[in-house]
Design a protein around this ligand. Structure first.
Ligand code: URA
Length: 244
């Protein structure tokens, strides 16, 4: 990262308005750098070292933000869609200027843990097939789940397109006409959980992601709500190294 950046860029990235609006704020003397009123919004400052204030309020600069969302059903994991609401539409106003995007996808009808960030490097690392980041899902499945299914999943399942999944850990919570399970997979193929159950003749009727790496879905988050990751959660995600 460059040590210095244009003042208008820093302020717009911090949510103080468009570059044009910021130019005006600077012109009328609302912005100080290290205690001095500045008049040139294109000046370069170091946002971590110089103290920038707007109307006497200190600008706490940061480049990246990391959010955990409890994704509800009915919204798509994308930044834009011509038909459906997106997860980005649910991001609180205070985070909008960070231009976050979802880290990977959950199906429209899947609920649960979804990370959103503007840190492209972390997103890339978490989605890298080499990293084998474990993801655990809770599901309701039509039909009884047997120990045979557990063994089949442990070896890897052949999907409809011929792909053999990596070994997956299936835990049976309830085996009845409608069963409940937890499944941990270390890859993220299209509709993977649903297709793994289809491969053993069963249908997922409800799907929720509950963990990603060492990060658990915060059960205190209502559907559609988000919160920032804690330092600890972020460190854990940054340090995932599960190369097989
Ligand atoms: N597997 C699925 O089938 N759907 C998801 O949304 C996530 C994993």
């Amino acid at each position: 990262m460059a040590d210095t950046q244009r003042l208008d860029k820093i302020l717009s990235n911090s949510g103080f308005g468009t570059r044009k609006e910021i130019k005006q704020m600077v012109r009328v003397g609302q912005v100080t750098v290290d205690g001095r009123v500045v008049k040139d919004s294109s000046m370069h400052v170091n946002p971590y070292q110089n103290e920038v204030m707007v109307n006497g309020q200190k600008v706490e600069y940061r480049e990246f933000v990391y959010l955990m969302m409890n994704k509800p059903a009915g919204v798509v994991s994308a930044t834009w869609d011509n038909k459906f609401k997106t997860v980005v539409d649910l991001v609180p106003e205070a985070y909008r200027h960070f231009d976050v995007f979802p880290v990977g996808r959950l199906d429209r009808d899947t609920e649960g843990l979804l990370l959103l960030t503007n840190d492209g490097q972390l997103a890339h690392d978490l989605l890298s097939p080499k990293k084998h980041v474990p993801k655990t899902y809770y599901a309701k499945v039509d039909g009884k789940i047997s120990q045979t299914d557990v063994e089949v999943f442990k070896k890897g399942v052949g999907l409809d397109d011929g792909y053999e999944t990596l070994p997956a850990q299936l835990v049976i919570l309830k085996s009845e006409e409608q069963s409940e399970i937890e499944l941990t997979i270390v890859e993220g193929k299209f509709h993977q959980v649903k297709r793994m159950f289809e491969a053993v003749g069963k249908k997922v009727t409800y799907l929720q992601r509950i963990t990603m790496g060492a990060v658990d879905l915060d059960r205190g988050l209502e559907l559609g709500a988000c919160r920032e990751l804690t330092h600890r959660e972020l460190d854990e995600l940054k340090n995932i190294d599960n190369e097989l």
